[in-house]
Design a binder for this molecule. Structure first.
Ligand SMILES: Cc1cc2nc3c(=O)[nH]c(=O)nc-3n(C[C@H](O)[C@H](O)[C@H](O)COP(=O)(O)OP(=O)(O)OC[C@H]3O[C@@H](n4cnc5c(N)ncnc54)[C@H](O)[C@@H]3O)c2cc1C
Length: 305
């Protein structure tokens, strides 16, 4: 039976500031994506949990959205409810910092520097949220989320609020039990990281230097999703794409970056289908040329048909 009953539609329509048919392109760094059937932005953890629970109980499909910096949303949009996690609280206690899932990583990096804590400067390179970073063990400049994470708090539909340690989260290179394991479908509500006493000025200088270096070497000011492919063991996806002759390749308005071949850019008006076709073309070329299967780091969501 379809989830689209009158009772479910009435419940969805009654959610605070819910928007039907809301274009998701404006919530993704690619600037691509069709409409969410229903869209809400939620800034309170308790309400997030209630909505996730109720969707499960009612059988309503839902997608959690952080900053939309690792998503390729289908042109036909997303069925059911898209819930943007907009919780932003944080607390510094000694060397530990607790941050809500919706807080941006780069904002948290500055908060840590202002508290004279070191070890989180790398997060200045991750434009996503804390929840999205836990979900796939984000990392930059040789440091990964799992190296600073102590625990994550979350919500398991049908079970309630929980706390997960590292063993339960199973974080690994751009993956976790949330992305591909037994915690799939759970909500991350907050994370606790542990850092070392440092010097805020030095941390800020490091972050500025890394940002400058990245701006020079990667197209981070364009509409993109960061690295499209995971690096295969012992190699770099960008090197393989370039060696396969696809640097600068175009599909519609999507283009492999001339600056860094592991980035696909929306040059203006690209569709999700353009990007997906380019991804497939690259995977085929790299497979045929080098016998290597490039796995996507970006996640494709929505109605792909
Ligand atoms: C210019 C640029 C540079 C980038 N550089 C890096 C980099 O250096 N290193 C790196 O690792 N990544 C990088 N990324 C990719 C991206 O920022 C990270 O993958 C980030 O962790 C995604 O977080 P998000 O909030 O944007 O998640 P979204 O893209 O919104 O969502 C991604 C997935 O996480 C899930 N999710 C989000 N929030 C929650 C939650 N609270 N609970 C459960 N699941 C949730 C979503 O459902 C979805 O499945 C870059 C992206 C861009 C655009």
């Amino acid at each position: 039976m379809s989830w689209r009953t009158k009772a479910n539609r009435d419940w969805l329509a009654g959610l605070p500031e819910v928007v039907p048919g809301h274009p998701l392109a404006r919530h993704t760094s690619f600037n691509i994506g069709g409409p969410a059937e229903f869209f809400v932005e939620i800034g309170r953890t308790e309400l997030l949990q209630e909505i996730v629970e109720e969707c499960g109980r009612r059988g309503i499909p839902r997608l959690l959205l952080g900053a939309g910096t690792n998503l390729l949303v289908a042109d036909a949009g997303v069925e059911g409810l898209v819930i943007r996690c907009a919780t932003r609280e944080h607390r510094v206690t000694g060397n530990r910092v607790s941050a809500a899932a919706g807080l941006k990583m780069l904002r948290l990096a500055r908060i840590c520097a202002d508290a004279d804590l070191t070890g989180f400067e790398w997060a200045i390179g991750v434009p996503g949220t804390v929840g999205g970073a836990v979900y796939q063990d984000a990392g930059c400049w040789g440091v990964e989320m799992r190296e600073v994470l102590v625990e994550a708090r979350g919500y398991v539909p049908g079970q309630g609020p929980v706390s997960w340690d590292l063993a339960q989260l199973q974080l690994g290179y751009r993956t976790s039990a949330l992305r591909e394991g037994r915690l799939h479908g759970c909500l991350v509500t907050s994370a606790v990281i542990e850092l070392r006493p440092g010097d805020g000025a030095r941390s800020r200088a490091q972050m500025a230097a890394w940002t400058e270096q990245r701006t020079r070497t990667q197209p981070i000011k364009t509409k993109n999703c960061g690295s499209v492919f995971k690096n295969p063991a012992g190699d770099s996806a960008g090197r393989l794409v370039e060696a396969a002759g696809l640097k600068g390749a175009r599909q519609g308005a999507a283009q492999v970056s001339e600056q860094h071949a592991n980035f696909i850019i929306n040059t203006g008006g690209a569709t999700a289908a353009d990007v997906a076709a380019l991804i497939e073309r690259i995977q085929t070329a790299v497979r045929e040329r080098f016998g290597i299967e490039l796995e996507t780091e970006v996640e494709m969501v929505g109605r792909w048909g």
